[in-house]
Design a protein around this ligand. Structure first.
Ligand code: ATP
Ligand code: MG
Length: 390
């Protein structure tokens, strides 16, 4: 049977003149993703993307699963195609939806015709196909108000398609259609989720990780690479910038008052992230910060941290409860890796009594003993790049 996958475009359809650009981005993301699975034909018509196998070896089940993670798609379904003829459509519906019709108690048929030359109206077609299905499966009754199963018939340009209820897609916008940002990726639970959320808004991401060897282990680094690897399912190919952070942390420890350790460290992270962003044409810094979660996440602390950068600091999780973040982490598959017990640089030299209501002048003053520019320069020079892809 001529089995295909139909992908319904999400927010892209609301776009005006630049809609074509968004569609092209989506198609190239789909082609990249499916290229890892096999040989497929991908085309777009009337707000629907069609995915067809080019040869026997192309695995449609794997392709369907992969498409569930591509941003820009609001719903998706497997469908079967036939010629645009009412009897061919009814016959196909009876065969193709056999399992669904046998397990559902009630159904209705919904038809759409984008080919207006088709000789029946949508209502006539639904009634006809509904009647044939009813005869083939007398146990399943017609219920037009609250059916268990909705059988969809679409009469389009080149063929007619029959499918059951679509499943929800990943939503959002195609990665790369909304610019580039760096994302601060620690080994924790939050930052993989913030990365996912901004990728979902169509942003291509460059992960930046601060690494404090030997205070944090090689395994901590491997863990971050593994998290980025999991995220490629949503974000596509990424190059992680791994920044050596040990010297900066030692300098802060040796020269600044303990209560300011974390704040000053975070200001360094922002300066370095901004530089990496600008080298790479990125226009924002994404973090997994969450209001009130720890001492460095009060509004005062965030203001002091962000004062060193002039590009937007995007904090998609700022108003989330931990439980909501954990739920998303589980859904996207990063949770189990995030909870592996390797130390992050934030837990190195943690102050016993961190300052929660810092004043910018005080922080600038205690920081002035450090040679900020050369420390930043040195860290950027030592940065290692690791590319992850599907
Ligand atoms: P996470 O679960 O993401 O580690 P967290 O709740 O532990 O977050 P913090 O440790 O205060 O919070 O870090 C806040 C944010 O700063 C992180 O979400 C991340 O975006 C960034 N960050 C922290 N540590 C690092 C690191 N070692 N490398 C890169 N970014 C980091
Ligand atoms: Mg952390």
């Amino acid at each position: 049977m001529n089995d295909i996958i139909l992908l319904k475009l999400g927010e892209i359809v609301l776009k005006g003149l630049n809609r074509k650009t968004f569609e092209r981005k989506l198609l190239s993301n789909i082609a990249y993703r499916l290229g890892k699975i096999g040989s497929f034909r991908v085309s777009c018509m009337q707000s629907t993307v069609y995915v067809e196998a080019k040869d026997e070896s192309a695995d449609m089940d794997a392709a369907f699963e992969a498409c569930k993670h591509i941003f820009g798609i609001i719903a998706l379904t497997r469908a079967a195609a036939c010629e645009k003829d009412k009897d061919a459509i009814a016959k196909l519906a009876i065969e193709y939806l056999k399992d669904e019709m046998l397990s559902a108690k009630s159904f209705k048929v919904e038809s759409r015709r984008s080919d207006k030359t088709f000789p029946m109206t949508s209502i006539e077609l639904s009634q006809y196909v509904g009647g044939e299905l009813q005869e083939a499966y007398p146990e399943c009754t017609v219920d037009v108000h609250d059916p268990e199963l909705t059988v969809c018939v679409e009469v389009r340009d080149i063929a007619a398609y029959v499918h059951g209820t679509p499943v929800p897609g990943a939503g959002g916008m195609p990665v790369g259609s909304n610019g580039v940002a760096v994302t601060l990726l620690s080994g924790g639970i939050d930052s993989p989720v913030s990365t996912y959320m901004i990728a979902r808004r169509g942003v291509r991401l460059i992960p930046v990780h601060f690494f404090s060897f030997p205070y944090t282990s090689e395994q901590a680094k491997e863990k971050v690479i593994e998290l980025a690897q999991i995220l490629t399912e949503y974000c596509g190919r990424m190059t992680i910038e791994i920044v050596p952070f040990t010297h900066i942390q030692e300098e802060i420890r040796d020269k600044c008052p303990e209560e300011y350790f974390t704040l000053i460290m975070r200001r360094f992270m922002m300066r370095i992230a901004e530089k990496i962003a600008l080298y790479n044409g990125a226009r924002g810094i994404v973090t997994g910060e969450n209001l009130g979660q720890v001492a460095s996440q009060t509004m005062e602390a965030m203001a002091v941290t962000q004062a060193v950068t002039s590009i937007p600091v995007i904090q998609p999780l700022v108003g989330f409860d931990k439980e909501e973040i954990v739920r998303t982490a589980r859904k996207i598959g990063t949770f189990e890796t995030s909870i592996l017990p390797y130390e992050d640089c934030c837990t190195v030299f943690t102050p016993r009594h961190p300052c929660t209501k810092p004043k910018l002048e005080n922080v600038e003053q205690v920081e002035s003993v450090l040679d900020v520019d050369s420390l930043v320069e040195e860290a950027i020079k030592g940065t290692e790049r690791v590319t992850v892809e599907l």
